[in-house]
Design a protein around this ligand. Structure first.
Ligand code: 4AD
Ligand code: MG
Length: 474
C-alpha cells in the first residue's frame, strides 16, 4: 500500500505491506518510513530482540525496504498509527558514512549538488509534488475550457522569434566543419540541411494551430542561452503557451488571470499538507532574516490573496508615471533610473510596482513597440503595441503575451523595420494571407509559477535538474 492511502485508513490490526526509504531509525526500534506518496512518514516498530543482527544493522537512513506488519493505533505520541513489523526486507542499504542525506538540516546549496538524491528530503518532495499537481491543474484547466493541447517542435529552423539567445543544434563534426566558398560554416551539410536551434518559444507554431483548431496551448521545454545568473532564470525551462483565435487583448488578460487563479485553487485543494509544510518552512527561514527581508505574508496567505483579489491592470504609460515619481527614482536608488517614456522596465521596477506600490499582481499592457517583439499588434497611436506582462510579488514577470498583428501589411512593415528576414517567416505570414483573424496568446514560465506556489526563493530548487550557465550536471 502507499503510505498516503494507508494513513487515511483506519487501523484495526490488519496486515499490510509498504515499500519505501528509511528516513530515520531510532533506538534500534522505530523506523520512519517514507515512500514519496505523501509528506508524512509512517512509523514502523521493529522487535529488535527477535531480529537478525546483520539485518538490524542494515536498516540505515536512506535504505530501501519492504515492510510487512500489523497496522495498529499507535501506542506512542506523535503519530496516530503505526506498523508492528512482522517481516522486513532490505532491498538496498545506504552506507551511513557516505550517504549524504542525513537526518539533519542541509542547506539548499548543498542539496543542489546532490540533485539526484534531494527529492528524498521533505522540502524537495513537497516542492515536486506541488509541481506535479500544478502541471495536472494546467492540463485540467485548458481541457475544461475547450482547448486542444498541441506539441510544437523543440528543434526549430526559424530563429525569428527574438525572445532570446539560442542554443545551436548540429550534428556537424566540430573539428572538421564543412565550409562554404566564403569560409563560413556550410549548414547545408548539416543534419537538417540548414541551421537549426533549440526553440525559445512554441508561440509562432502554436499560432498556426490556433488558426485552425481555435483555442490551443503548448506545455513544453524552451531554451535560452542568455548568461543570466539570477534566481529567476533557467537556460532550460518549461513554458505554457495558450493561443486563441478571435481573442483580443482584454480576452487574453481575462483568460490569463482566470488560468492562474484556477491552478492555484487546484493546488490549495490537492496539496494542502505539502503547502502547509512549505508555509511553515518559509516562516522558519524568515526568522533568520532581517525584518526588511521577511515576506509580508505567509505562503498560504499569499496564494489566497492572489486567488481572491483582482489583478490590477495598468498601462505602461501609467506605470512610467508612477515610477518616475517614485521615491527610489527621485533618490536615484534604482540601478536604472526611469527618466523617459520608452524605457524598458527592469525587474527592480517591476518589483517596485507590485510589491511597494500596488501591492497586488499587476498586468501591465500597451508597451512601446520599440521594446517588444515584431508580432505584437500595433495600436492606433502607432507607438504602442497590444502587449501584456503579468507581474507577481516576489517573482516579477510571470507571464508575457500579446494580441498578435493579424494585418499582413502592418506585420511586413514591422518585420522590415526590425531587420528580420521576411523569407524566413513565409509560413507565419501565410496565416495573414489566408483567413487571417484577430488572435492572442501568452506564455507563462512554469518554474516561476512553481516558485510562487511553493515559496522557494531560487528557481534552481523547483525543477529537478536545473540548467544554468556553467552547470549541466546530471
Ligand atoms: O516573455 P517571454 O519571453 O514570452 C515569450 O516567449 C512569448 N513567445 C510567449 C507567448 O506570447 N506565447 O517568456 C514568457 C515567460 C516569462 O514571462 C517568464 O515567466 C518565463 O517565460 N521565462 C523564463 N523562465 C525561466 N527562465 C528564463 N530564462 C525565462 N525566460 C522567460
Ligand atoms: Mg517577457
Amino acid at each position: 500500500m502507499k503510505i498516503k492511502s494507508l494513513l487515511k485508513t483506519s487501523a484495526t490490526g490488519q496486515q499490510v505491506t509498504v515499500k519505501g526509504w528509511v528516513r530515520t531509525f531510532r533506538a534500534n526500534r522505530f523506523i520512519a518510513l517514507n515512500d514519496g506518496s505523501t509528506l508524512g512518514n509512517l512509523q514502523c516498530v521493529v522487535d529488535f530482540e527477535s531480529m537478525d543482527e546483520a539485518l538490524l544493522k542494515s536498516i540505515n537512513t536512506g535504505a530501501a525496504v519492504k515492510i510487512t506488519g500489523n497496522y495498529i493505533e499507535s501506542q506512542g505520541k506523535g503519530q496516530s498509527y503505526e506498523i508492528q513489523v512482522t517481516d522486513l526486507h532490505v532491498y538496498g542499504e545506504a552506507d551511513p558514512e557516505s550517504y549524504p542525506i542525513q537526518p539533519k538540516k542541509h542547506s539548499l546549496e548543498f542539496l543542489r549538488e546532490k540533485a539526484h538524491l534531494r527529492v528524498r528530503t521533505a522540502t524537495f518532495s513537497a516542492v515536486m509534488r506541488v509541481r506535479s499537481a500544478l502541471a495536472f491543474g494546467v492540463h485540467q484547466f485548458f481541457r475544461n475550457e475547450g482547448f486542444q493541447y498541441v506539441n510544437t517542435p523543440i528543434v526549430t529552423g526559424s530563429d525569428a522569434e527574438g525572445a532570446g539567445e539560442m542554443f545551436r543544434v548540429s550534428a556537424l563534426d566540430l573539428k572538421n566543419t564543412p565550409l562554404t566558398e566564403e569560409g563560413s560554416v556550410d549548414f547545408s551539410k548539416d543534419f537538417f540541411g540548414k541551421e537549426t536551434h533549440l526553440t525559445v518559444s512554441g508561440q509562432l507554431e502554436a499560432e498556426t494551430y490556433a488558426m485552425g483548431l481555435g483555442e490551443v496551448y503548448t506545455f513544453g521545454p524552451t531554451f535560452r542561452a542568455e548568461n543570466s545568473n539570477t534566481t529567476r532564470h533557467l537556460a532550460e525551462f518549461w513554458m505554457i503557451e495558450p493561443e486563441m483565435a478571435f481573442f483580443d487583448l482584454n480576452d487574453n488578460m481575462d483568460l490569463a488571470e482566470k488560468f492562474i487563479k484556477n491552478v492555484l485553487v487546484y493546488i490549495l485543494k490537492e496539496c494542502e499538507e505539502d503547502l502547509m509544510f512549505l508555509d511553515n518552512r518559509l516562516k522558519q527561514e524568515d526568522k533568520s532574516k532581517p525584518q526588511a527581508e521577511r515576506s509580508p505574508m505567509g505562503l498560504l496567505e499569499k496564494i489566497k490573496f492572489v486567488v481572491e483579489n483582482e489583478f490590477k491592470r495598468v498601462s505602461y504609460t501609467e506605470a512610467i508615471d508612477v515610477l518616475r515619481n517614485s521615491k527610489p527614482n527621485k533618490k536615484k536608488k534604482f540601478k536604472f533610473n526611469i527618466d523617459q517614456w520608452g524605457a524598458d522596465l527592469q525587474s527592480e521596477h517591476e518589483r517596485f510596482l507590485v510589491e511597494k506600490h500596488f501591492k497586488c499582481p499587476v498586468i501591465l499592457y500597451d508597451y512601446p513597440a520599440t521594446i517588444k517583439a515584431f508580432y505584437m499588434r500595433m495600436n492606433q497611436d502607432q507607438k504602442t503595441v497590444r502587449a501584456m506582462d503579468i507581474l507577481f510579488p516576489g517573482i516579477g514577470e510571470i507571464v508575457g503575451g500579446s494580441q498578435r498583428e493579424e494585418r499582413l501589411e502592418v506585420l511586413q512593415e514591422r518585420i522590415k523595420a526590425m531587420g528580420i528576414d521576411e523569407e524566413e517567416l513565409w509560413w507565419y505570414l501565410d496565416l495573414r494571407r489566408f483567413g487571417s483573424a484577430p488572435h492572442s496568446g501568452f506564455g507563462l514560465g512554469f518554474e516561476r509559477l512553481v516558485l510562487f506556489a511553493t515559496g522557494m526563493s531560487n528557481i534552481r530548487d523547483v525543477i529537478p535538474f536545473p540548467r544554468t550557465p556553467q552547470n549541466a550536471a546530471f
